[in-house]
Design a protein around this ligand. Structure first.
Ligand SMILES: [Fe+2]
Length: 269
């Protein structure tokens, strides 16, 4: 093949993104002067392009790391808000973290992806953030569960929470999970009375985890119920108050955990 034809071929390869050192073979003294000159120029150009690509790759990596850091810091800042809420309301200490933990287990049991589970976790941590706007008397111990004049304020907290968080883009679907965590499959929930599949799956999962934690922890108006009693209550109202698939998944999580610990006990005895 003539040198000039080979040169054209190599230039075409380079232009299609196939970088190789073949061009350097055409810079030797035995090549026609014009071919040598073009090959040297092409070689130099390739070195510069590769150096620029390398710098760009480094820059992309740095940007990714920075983006991750900003996301982590924002989650940290929002979690601090959640802790501030917990400080106002002694009995919900640890509630958000427990709800997030249980909800992730249900989500995993239901086969959600790790990315989807992460959004469920964020929703769990932040689900009650809207309570930060409650007046102090709502956090005081009451003989009854909730005096009726305060019920209206309570039903606003999912919308207030969604409003507080609406500018945090990285929350993705978790924003709607916060907004919908008190909706019910039968449409009798709040704030928008959504029904069944209208409620995002992540929010239906949170509702089960939230109710379970509320039932099993001591509150000013009730003693915490044993887990199996709370699970029975969830099962009885599955399909009405809570999504039946989520309740079944939670049943599997609880009983799976039970059989695992029983197996451990059996092994250790
Ligand atoms: Fe709530």
């Amino acid at each position: 093949m003539k040198s000039i034809d080979r040169l054209v071929e190599i230039i075409q390869e380079i232009s299609s993104g196939e970088y190789s050192n073949d061009i350097m073979g055409l810079t030797c003294a035995d090549q026609p002067e014009m071919v040598q000159t073009i090959a040297e120029a092409m070689g130099l150009m390739m070195v510069k392009v590769e150096a620029r690509e390398y710098r760009l790759e480094l820059m992309v990596e740095k940007l990714k790391a920075l983006n991750e850091k900003i996301k982590r810091n924002t989650i940290q800042a929002v979690s601090t808000m959640a802790h501030a809420l917990a400080a106002r309301d002694a009995y919900t200490e640890g509630h958000a973290a427990r709800v997030a933990d249980v909800a992730c287990k249900i989500a995993r049991q239901m086969g959600l992806t790790e990315e989807e589970i992460e959004f469920v976790r964020l929703g769990g941590i932040l689900h009650d953030i809207g309570k930060i706007g409650f007046p102090d008397r709502l956090f005081e111990a009451h003989a009854q569960k909730n005096p009726s004049d305060l019920v209206k304020q309570i039903t606003r907290h999912p919308s207030t929470g969604a409003k507080i968080l609406e500018d945090l883009d990285f929350l993705g679907p978790a924003l709607e999970y916060v907004h919908c965590h008190h909706e019910r499959p039968d449409g009798k929930g709040y704030p928008r009375h959504l029904k069944a599949e209208q409620i995002p799956l992540g929010a239906r999962i949170l509702a089960v985890a939230d109710a379970f934690d509320a039932m099993t922890t001591d509150r000013p108006y009730q003693k915490g119920k044993p887990p199996e009693v709370a699970l029975d209550i969830l099962k009885k109202s599955a399909g009405e108050k809570w999504d039946d698939r989520c309740v079944s998944a939670f049943d599997a999580v609880l009983n799976g955990a039970k059989s695992e610990s029983e197996a451990d006990e059996h092994q250790n005895s």
